[in-house]
Design a protein around this ligand. Structure first.
Ligand SMILES: *Cc1c(COP(=O)(O)O)cnc(C)c1O
Length: 394
């Protein structure tokens, strides 16, 4: 069965063009790009082409791209580089709503002798920029603030934050894993020092990421060894995946306009359709500048996991905001940071679309989901009464 795949912030379908571009590197093009012979040199040329394509997507120079194994490695590399090259600076500043790739490193740093500031957000998911500004000090090694939130889609003013950091001589990194490919990015006119991205979030393969490092940025490699990536990331290149990421960069560049028109309209139709059909339903981060593909919807008084299981029967793939994987009953740290009421946070579902979605996908959710919520509410101890299910708003 073909899934109705609305979980593109978790991972994306590898575009057919990308698969095709990668195949030769699992077969006849197995050369090592560092070799002296032409057989390897040909592959080195292919990697240069991939690097150019990715650089073009970002408005960066090819030499500013360091290929890594994933978004998580890119985030860690950036933050550790800043801490290691400025050992006298023991302060790190980030937000309360980062992806675990940054959040869990920040918590580890806080427990291991670093001072860490977690900048709060308001009920709409907006970052407290004044708080950020006030907590930048001469001790701050680096600030790391995500570009677009993976759960709510809320975008932060990273250019403004980068400029504030630049004025104070603080390095600025952004986890742009969700933003790259969805919104235009031009690093040639930017104060951002480092930026992370990941292949599998933009229709490329899993296990490949990149870190943009602005030229002349002081940098310490995370992996030491061979001279790959100009000594900035040792290890024989994942040639197939790098070529795939390069092709994916081209794919998302070609579909950027569609993402911001057709996909955004699909997202809006899904969101507005659910708000209209289901009472006591809220959009987390409503009214904010958001990624065009993402909506996080809170259905009062139901369990997100129950909704997911019931949607799964129809092949509908989405994700819930609660941390069920950790075995806790706590809703996600993002929704908690936004002070989303308990009964709504637990019933929050993230839908994240892509250019592979169609009107029929949205129609199916609009047909199947409202009765699911109604049934679950009738069983819920938190639901106020059956009258509220039946009563339409006029
Ligand atoms: C998925 C994601 C990551 C991690 O990327 P991987 O390639 O899976 O390691 C980091 N940050 C954000 C915002 C993400 O959505």
């Amino acid at each position: 069965m073909n899934p109705i795949y609305l979980d593109n912030n978790a991972t994306t379908r590898v575009a057919p063009e990308v698969i095709e571009a990668m195949l030769p590197y699992f077969g006849e093009r197995y050369g090592n790009p560092s070799s002296m012979h032409a057989f390897g040199g040909d592959v080195a040329a292919d990697l240069r082409r991939a690097r150019n394509r990715l650089a073009e997507l970002l408005g960066a120079k090819p030499d500013e791209i360091v290929f890594t194994s994933c978004g998580t490695e890119s985030d860690s590399t950036a933050i550790w580089s800043a801490l290691r090259t400025q050992p006298e600076r023991r302060h790190f500043i980030t937000s309360r709503v980062e992806h675990p790739a940054v959040k869990n490193l920040a918590e580890w740093l806080a427990q291991n002798g670093y001072r860490v500031t977690f900048v709060p957000v308001d009920a709409d998911g907006r970052l407290d920029v004044d708080y950020f500004k006030k907590h930048l000090t001469e001790e701050t090694a680096i600030a790391s603030i995500m570009w677009g939130n993976n759960e709510t889609g809320v975008m932060f003013p990273v250019e403004e934050l980068a400029a504030l950091c630049h004025e104070r001589g603080v390095m600025f990194h952004t986890d742009a894993v969700q933003a790259v490919g969805k919104v235009p990015i031009d690093l040639s006119h930017s104060r951002i020092d480092m930026l992370s991205l990941s292949g599998h979030k933009l229709h490329g393969p899993k296990g490949i990421g990149a870190l943009y490092v602005r030229e002349r940025t002081t940098f310490a490699p995370f992996l030491r060894g061979g001279h790959q990536e100009q000594g900035r990331r040792a290890g024989t290149e994942n040639t197939a995946a790098i070529v795939g990421l390069g092709r994916a960069a081209q794919f998302v560049a070609e579909h950027m306009a569609e993402e911001n028109t057709r996909v955004r309209a699909l997202r809006d139709r899904l969101e507005n359709g659910l708000l209209k059909r289901v009472p006591d339903t809220y959009v987390n981060g409503a009214g904010q500048d958001r990624l065009p593909n993402t909506t996080s919807i809170g259905f009062d008084a139901v369990e997100g996991e129950a909704i997911l299981l019931m949607m799964d029967r129809y092949g509908i793939c989405a994700s819930s905001g609660s941390a069920c994987t950790s075995g806790s009953l706590e809703p996600s740290h993002v929704l908690r940071a936004m002070n989303v009421p308990f009964t709504r946070a637990h019933g929050s579902i993230r839908f994240s679309l892509s250019v592979f979605n169609t009107d029929a996908d949205v129609d199916l959710v609009l047909e199947k989901l409202p009765p699911i919520i109604e049934r679950l509410r009738q069983m819920s101890p938190f639901w106020k009464g059956p009258s509220q299910v039946a009563c339409p708003t006029t």
